[in-house]
Ligand binder design. Structure first.
Ligand code: SF4
Length: 409
């Protein structure tokens, strides 16, 4: 299946002008998963080679999912913005006495979730700081008042509450998780997430993006993702580009994710997220990755993992976000009709209707999905009991009906 402006094979005349070795283009044309060496070559391709790279990536995306682009209709729940880490690009985190520091109460969680349910949302995305109680006595006191010993315990209880009191499905992103916490959270949510971000240890050196962020040590994050794989938990991860890493780090991060997926088959989605500068962050003067870097990274990700869902957030690419489709993504991630992107509050999500029109203008169809991707639903249902299984089955039906209604309209 091909769309307008798509090419099915690489024109020999263009190959002649390419700075990329012919053997690499031959590998691209084979449709097999790209080797790491070829991926590195393509991730550094010249502007002259970029259109060919994008054509190949878009064709790979079409082979994977046809002309369907998905998104998850969600509410964003910043359960707590206290965090023990200090990432240089983060505008979300707070220390306890800073203006805006907040831990949501169960009533606040429920109010957002119920409003989201009225708007047809099916995902309750829990995003929160990593283990704030380890650094801040104020958080320990907040948790004690709420009746919990740890942020993870509180998160688990809030996931249960969402399942009990609404039709939404929780998708927690709480930072590093131990084997035990992966097991416990998977009982109250069909999928989990942790961005790998980068395999570059140097980002923890003084003055770098992860200076003061012990939970961003790549080996620790890889361990969490691997453990999730051993437990068969559908898992979302990805890379953050433009935070001081190099092109080989980006390809190395993708290769590490691919290796984990090859071992366990549990990576349901890879996100390619771009750093955006903000006034109130230590990296406020840091250059943002340019469009070419973003497109090359997505295209290479698509061809390294031709059968893994690939997402890039539309709200971080301003008006040019539909160009991300040219690089082979098949998903826009979570889009909320209700809550802001608390991680990038200055970048509102596009209205769903606008997203649909822009997606269709590129020749694709926009469809809804749940936080857990369809190919993993059967496995989760088979292993789940009680409320999670029932809610998941009902949510599958509601999304199927919503997509059918959309197709008829
Ligand atoms: S990016 Fe996450 S881990 Fe880093 S400071 Fe922000 S909330 Fe904490």
């Amino acid at each position: 299946m091909f769309l307008a402006n798509s090419v099915s094979s690489l024109a020999p005349t263009t190959i002649g002008a390419s700075t990329i070795p012919e053997s690499v283009w031959a590998e691209v044309e084979s449709g097999e998963a790209l080797s790491t060496a070829s991926a590195l070559s393509l991730a550094q391709c010249s502007d002259a080679d970029l259109p060919m790279l994008l054509n190949a990536a878009r064709d790979a995306g079409l082979r994977f999912r046809g002309n369907v682009i998905t998104y998850s209709r969600k509410v964003f729940l910043p359960l707590t913005n206290l965090c023990r880490d200090y990432c240089g690009y983060c505008t979300f985190r707070r220390d306890p006495r800073q203006p805006g520091a907040h831990t949501m109460t169960p009533d606040e969680v429920l109010a957002v979730v119920r409003e989201g349910q009225k708007l047809g949302c099916t995902e309750a995305l829990f995003s929160l700081g990593d283990k704030p109680e380890m650094l801040f006595p104020e958080m320990r006191e907040t948790l004690r008042t709420l009746g919990y010993d740890s942020t993870m315990q509180y998160l688990e209880a809030m996931c249960e509450l969402v399942l009990k009191e609404s039709t939404l499905l929780p998708h927690p992103n709480p930072g590093l998780m131990s084997a035990e916490w992966l097991r416990r959270l998977a009982k109250v949510s069909p999928s989990l997430g942790l961005m790998l971000e980068s395999v570059n240890d140097d980002l923890l050196r003084p003055g770098a993006a992860h200076d003061g962020a012990p939970d961003k040590l790549p080996s620790k994050r890889l361990r969490t993702i691997e453990e999730a794989g051993k437990q068969g938990i559908p898992f979302t991860t990805g890379l953050l580009i433009g935070i001081g890493e190099g092109v080989s780090d980006r390809v190395g991060t993708l290769a590490a994710i691919r290796e984990l997926h090859r071992r366990h088959g549990h990576i349901q989605e890879v996100i390619v997220q771009n750093f955006r500068a903000k006034r109130d962050i230590p990296m406020r003067d840091w250059p943002e990755p340019d469009r070419g870097t973003m497109l090359r990274t997505i295209a290479v990700a698509r061809m390294m993992m031709p059968e893994v869902n690939l997402q890039a957030p539309p709200n971080l690419s301003d008006e040019t976000y539909d160009e991300l489709l040219d690089a082979g993504i098949n998903d826009w991630g979570g889009v909320s009709p209700l809550t802001p992107d608390f991680i990038n509050p200055e970048k509102p999500w596009p209205h769903v209707e606008q997203l649909r029109l822009r997606t269709e203008a590129k020749g694709y169809r926009l469809k809804r999905r749940l936080p857990v991707y369809p190919e993993y639903v059967g496995g989760v249902c088979a292993g789940a009991t009680g409320l999670l299984r029932d809610r998941l089955a009902a949510a599958v039906n509601s999304v199927v009906e919503a997509n059918q209604a959309q197709a008829k309209s």
